[in-house]
Design a protein. Structure first.
Length: 150
């Protein structure tokens, strides 16, 4: 048989809980609005939407890692193009990887906040920006092929 013990502090909390804790009535369970973090605004979205949002962020991260790996591979390819052009291409790939990671995090955070606030997800200009960045990358690759030895 288990004997339950109650301390004076637990008893006081129990009495306050029975009457209703005034802090929870005014501020909610996570504290006053001024101390809440921005990503805690609103209510918890459906876990499936949250997991889908996280998978999208992870795909942005994988793309950034692939761009970094590509930058290292471009530097190691000797005889394809002059070193200066390979270095420029590798630096552009690194910048593109950083931009991809930052854009992925920004989109994850913005969509998570919109889901918590029950707002429409909307559209961003990130897609157009990524498209333009990859078109520039294609131009640099074409320049590398044209300038390279035949």
């Amino acid at each position: 048989m288990r004997v339950e013990r109650q301390t004076a502090d637990q008893g006081a909390r129990g009495a306050a809980g029975a009457q209703g804790d005034p802090r929870q009535d005014e501020d909610g369970p996570t504290g006053p609005p001024a101390t809440r973090r921005r990503w805690e605004d609103g209510e918890e979205p459906d876990y499936r939407a949250t997991l889908a949002n996280e998978r999208t962020f992870l795909s942005w991260s994988r793309t950034a890692l692939a761009l970094l790996a590509g930058s290292l591979a471009v530097l190691r390819l000797s005889g394809v193009a002059p070193y200066g052009l390979r270095l420029a291409l590798a630096c552009y790939l690194i910048l593109l990887a950083v931009g991809t990671a930052v854009a992925g995090y920004g989109q994850w955070r913005a969509r998570q906040l919109r889901m918590r606030r029950r707002e429409p997800l909307g559209h961003t200009s990130t897609t157009l920006t990524v498209l333009l960045a990859f078109l520039v990358l294609c131009g640099i690759v074409v320049a590398t092929v044209v300038v390279g030895p035949h």
